[in-house]
Structures are given as structure tokens and as C-alpha cells.
Design a protein around this ligand. Structure first.
Ligand code: ATP
Length: 248
């Protein structure tokens, strides 16, 4: 049985500042319960694709000028960013964006602000987040600005989880982290996916690690999808090996 498609990006074009054409017809599908990777080098258009979905392009003078974005079959673009979050889609930005002056725990709690359910549920979810990120529990009273890059990545992911999302758009989780920490973060993504059923679309330059943890991958080059397939197949593809995995 094929999983239901949650997110469907259909042939989108994105233009910045009315003139700079950055996405030249990107299409992709994100199945419910999967980990889908959006791969490609610097400037390929990964972040732009995620922001198009979250409707975060306007603040950067970018707009979707062609194509469509649907979530559960409903057209997404033109909705305000808060509406996207209410639909259950949350983006974890590249560079983490913690509230530096708040503690780790206060940062996590900001993720729950859109929720209407009771305090008990929120407390339970906080414990759920700490079970995936025990390090955050140890650091819960520390000011976020004084935590390490890896810890801030965890705070950003934990805060996203606190909104009880159906889908997380994760931008470049490996950025600036030591290889061992990258493995750890991806391992946590995998267990959140398996245990909580959260669907992931992640943008990542580190093809090697992404294709080991994702189920399916899309490779972007200069604003176009040049290849896509199940992660296991992409890992064995000679072109992927040569150009993205550094083996030949
Ligand atoms: P990175 O890993 O560097 O974030 P990426 O694949 O995520 O790469 P994008 O950030 O989506 O790529 O950028 C794609 C292209 O769009 C790049 O050429 C970039 O210079 C350009 N771009 C991004 N943001 C803007 C903006 N606000 N105005 C103009 N051009 C932009």
C-alpha cells in the first residue's frame, strides 16, 4: 500500500525581487510518515523550496510565480505562515534561531503557544521532548544563547515538536556540527519519525548522512530537480556516488 501524500509541490517557480528566478519548476511529493530529503549544493534552492511551503518568502521579497503547493490536497501558497502552522506543518530554520535570552525550557515552551489543549498535555510533551534530547533536560535552566551549536539545533527541533506537528520541514540540520553530532541528530530524527509518526522533509547538503537516514531523496541543482528516487537506490547510483558522495 502506498502512503498518503501529505505535501505535494507541483512545478513551482520562485522569483526574488521580481527578477531573480531561483526555482525553475520544482516538483516533489512527501508521503505521510516518511523522511524525504532535499539534497544539493550551496544555492541549489533547498531553503527556498522549504520557505515556499511555509509561506516565508514574502519577508525576503520572494514569491511563487507558477505552480502549486498542496497539503492534504488543499492549496497552500497564499496562506499566511500561521495558517501553515495550524495545518500541522512547522519549519525548523537553518541557523536555529533560538531566543537567546530565554532558557532552554522557555524556548521549548514557546513552541506550544498555538495549542489550545491543557497544561497536562503540554507538560507530557515537554517530557517527550526531553526523552529524545536528554541533554536539553540537563541544560533546561541555561540561557539558550550560552548553549552549544548542537544544543541549539536540539532546542530548535524540540520547540518544533512542542507544537505537535504532523510534518517538520528541517533545514540543514548538520550545519556547523561535528560529524558525531550530525549522526546523533539524524538518529533522533529517525526515532521521532518512527515513534511519533512525524513526517519529515529535510534539506541537507550532507548527502551521505541524509541518504542513510531518509527514505526518499530529491536532488536539486540550480533550481531544478535533476534526480529523485528511494534513498537506497540513490546511494548506489554512479552519478550520485561520483558527484555527491565523493566516491568514484
Ligand atoms: P544553502 O545551503 O546555501 O542555503 P540552498 O540550496 O538552500 O543553499 P537557497 O538558499 O534556496 O539555496 O538559495 C537559492 C538561490 O537563491 C541562491 O542563488 C541564492 O543566492 C538566491 N537567494 C536566496 N535568497 C535570496 C533573496 N532573499 N534574494 C535574492 N536571492 C536569493
Amino acid at each position: 500500500v502506498q502512503a498518503e501524500t501529505l505535501l505535494e509541490v507541483n512545478n513551482i517557480e520562485v522569483i526574488y525581487n521580481h527578477v531573480i528566478l531561483v526555482l525553475k519548476g520544482v516538483s516533489l511529493k512527501v508521503p505521510k510518515g516518511g523522511i524525504t530529503a532535499l539534497l544539493g549544493g550551496n544555492g541549489a534552492g533547498k531553503t527556498t523550496t522549504l520557505k515556499a511551503v511555509s509561506n516565508l518568502l514574502h519577508s525576503e521579497r520572494g514569491e511563487v510565480t507558477k505552480g502549486s503547493i498542496k497539503y492534504r490536497g488543499e492549496v497552500m501558497h497564499d496562506q499566511d505562515p500561521a495558517e501553515v502552522v495550524r495545518k500541522g506543518v512547522i519549519q525548523v530554520m537553518e541557523g536555529r534561531h533560538c531566543f537567546e535570552h530565554l532558557t532552554v525550557e522557555e524556548n521549548l515552551m514557546t513552541g506550544a503557544y498555538t495549542r489550545a489543549d491543557g497544561k497536562g498535555d503540554i507538560q507530557r510533551d515537554l517530557e517527550m521532548v526531553y526523552s529524545y534530547f536528554p541533554r536539553l533536560k540537563e541544560r533546561r535552566k541555561s540561557q539558550a544563547g550560552y548553549t552549544s551549536g548542537g544544543e541549539q539545533q536540539m532546542v530548535a527541533m524540540g520547540r518544533a515538536l512542542m507544537s505537535r506537528p504532523e510534518t517538520i520541514l528541517l533545514d540543514e540540520p548538520s550545519m556547523g556540527l561535528a560529524p558525531q553530532l550530525v549522526e546523533q541528530i539524524f538518529g533522533i530524527v529517525k526515532s521521532i519519525n518512527e515513534n511519533e509518526g512525524v513526517t519529515f522533509l529535510l534539506a541537507e547538503q550532507n548527502t551521505n548522512v541524509a541518504l542513510r537516514f531518509a527514505h526518499y531523496g530529491y536532488i536539486l541543482e540550480s533550481g531544478r530537480v535533476v534526480m529523485d528516487g528511494p534513498a537506497a537506490e540513490l546511494r548506489e547510483n554512479p552519478d550520485v556516488k561520483e558527484f555527491y558522495l565523493g566516491m568514484s
